[in-house]
Design a binder for this molecule. Structure first.
Ligand code: MN
Ligand code: MN
Length: 363
């Protein structure tokens, strides 16, 4: 309950009356109860006074009560969950100024709750909740390492199934199927398999494009393992690398150099912007700065994208226990897309990778 108590202390310091926390991972960290309520309403009410409660769908009340000492109330599907939620807020506590998670608390929820409880949203609770989550314990890092081992296995399956004539979707499906056979129930995101110039769209969707000889394959993949995500990108080449054009080899090697240099030189005490800059300078000096169109990395843990953001302009200080990706890329529309990605954690010795698959994989 320490984190819960710390959160309440923060509310008091900020002179807030309460917070309504709605993101499932934040609720888990504050209460010990993890749920994916889908479209139903799940919310934790934390008061600067003592009238805290957790509101879940009615069918989850028993499960939640086993995990937390905070009173749990349910709303059945035929009840208005916002009205039910508001009934449990003590009128005498005069809840006026509250914090919510700006990225998660929708305008619809705000409008619906305000019909029953008038309040003003004064502060974003996201930064407090996310900041604390950045520092992983040794136990959490152990699980992230295990999750990384599963991603390495998945990469070896991509290599096994790459062949001329297979489509992006077929390759994705066969790899995911074999991961299921290896005991993986869930992926941290939908596996991204892109061939040739299709990889120039960093968030492209696998489709029925057919793999040709002497083409690149980009595979961006990861699993959920005991609640922890992995995320890795590797480039494969369906042919003999001797057949690579000068231009494509130069682009691939530049991305790898940027990746390796950022991993080797990231140090505790740098800012997130300085870590981004290590990789960005390599790509800019190589003449492709305009084609590195995203930040260097993102945090990873119970979710695949969380704090810290390794991005230009961020003065966030890199500290021990922070876990994030290093994933430079070059994307040239109609020509080529290359990204190389490993996640890892910061230690006194530097950045320690969770994934260890080889680079530029060929048959
Ligand atoms: Mn990533
Ligand atoms: Mn990725």
């Amino acid at each position: 309950m320490t984190r819960f108590t710390d959160f309440k202390t923060w509310l008091k310091q900020e002179k807030l009356d309460a917070a309504i926390v709605t993101s499932p991972i934040a609720i888990f960290e504050l209460t010990g109860y993890l749920s994916d309520p889908h479209e139903r309403f799940l919310a934790l009410f934390v008061s600067a006074k003592d009238n805290d409660f957790l509101m879940t769908p009615a069918l989850e009340v028993n499960m939640a009560e086993e995990k937390t000492d905070i009173p749990v109330f349910g709303a059945t599907d035929d009840q208005n969950p916002y009205e039910e939620f508001s009934k449990h807020i003590k009128k005498e506590d005069k809840i006026l100024n509250i914090a919510v998670e700006y990225d998660h608390f929708t305008y619809g929820r705000m409008t619906n709750i305000k019909k029953f409880t008038p309040f003003s949203i004064k502060e974003d609770a996201t930064s407090w909740l996310e900041y604390e989550r950045m520092f992983k314990t040794p136990e959490q890092i152990k699980l992230l390492i295990e999750s990384g081992e599963k991603a390495d296995l998945m990469t070896s399956l991509v290599k096994k199934h790459i062949k001329t004539g297979i489509t992006e979707t077929q390759l994705k499906n066969v790899v995911e199927q074999e991961m299921h056979e290896n005991g993986i129930e869930e992926f941290s995101f939908s596996t991204l398999i892109l061939f040739g110039d299709h990889a120039a769209d960093p968030h492209g969707e696998p489709g029925d494009r057919v793999l040709q000889d002497n083409e690149f394959v980009l595979a961006d993949l990861g699993v959920m393992w005991k609640g922890y995500a992995s995320d890795m990108t590797r480039m494969f080449y369906n042919g003999d690398v001797a057949s690579l054009s000068e231009h494509h080899k130069k682009i691939h090697d530049l991305v790898q150099l940027a990746h390796d240099k950022a991993i080797a030189e990231a140090k505790i005490g740098m800012t997130a912007s300085e870590v981004d800059q290590i990789a960005r300078d390599v790509i800019t000096d190589g003449g492709y700065g305009d084609y590195f169109i995203h930040r260097l990395g993102h945090g990873i843990g119970r979710s695949c994208h969380e704090y810290p953001s390794i991005v230009e302009g961020s003065d966030l200080e890199i500290k021990p226990g922070m876990c994030f990706s290093i994933e430079p890329g070059i994307y040239i529309h109609g020509d080529i897309g290359v990204r190389i990605e490993d996640c890892g954690y910061m230690s006194e010795e530097g950045f320690i990778k969770f994934t260890h698959s080889p680079y530029l994989i060929t048959q």
